[in-house]
Ligand binder design. Structure first.
Ligand code: MG
Length: 157
């Protein structure tokens, strides 16, 4: 069994779509970034890569590479599953925390869970997504940014 940790933060900007865990969420602001800015997917990808000893997301999906521009982060998830598989592992469990002031994500948790499960090729009961506010503190508290953390457990195939 292997365990990895992941973290990501993106700015919330007007004129961007808000996509979390591959789910489009109606909100006046979205996450900026080279890809679709899906911080939840990025945190999980980093955790999975870390668990497999494969470095980090920037080494595999560099934001200086044109082929990753505006790419759906679901693609990063699928590629990561393949890379992890090559090392002899599969994803056993994903847990995550989203730190975001607005919008409230409770009603989207089920959809995000199912979407993340699909992207990483696991059953939804192997995925857990928690969302909380930052109690008004800092950039996240002011609604200027959104952060995500994740833990991934891998098991040998
Ligand atoms: Mg990111």
């Amino acid at each position: 069994m292997r365990v990895g940790i992941g973290y990501d933060i993106h700015a919330l900007k007007k004129g961007r779509r808000l996509i979390l865990g591959g789910v489009v969420i109606p909100h006046p602001k979205g996450l900026s970034g080279h890809s679709d800015g899906d911080a939840l997917m990025h945190a999980i990808v980093d955790a999975a890569l870390g668990a497999a000893g494969l470095g980090d997301i920037g080494e595999h999906f560099s934001d200086s590479e044109r082929r990753w521009k505006n790419v759906a982060s679901v693609v990063f998830a699928r590629e990561t599953v393949a890379k992890v598989r090559k090392k002899g592992f599969r994803i056993a469990q994903i847990d995550s925390v989203l730190l975001v002031e607005r919008p409230k994500l409770a009603v989207y948790k089920k959809a995000m869970r199912e979407s993340v499960a699909r992207a990483f090729g696991v059953k939804p009961d192997r995925v857990n997504i928690k969302a909380k506010t930052n109690e008004g503190f800092g950039e996240i508290g002011r609604g200027q940014a959104l952060a995500a953390t994740a833990v991934v457990v891998l098991e040998e195939v």
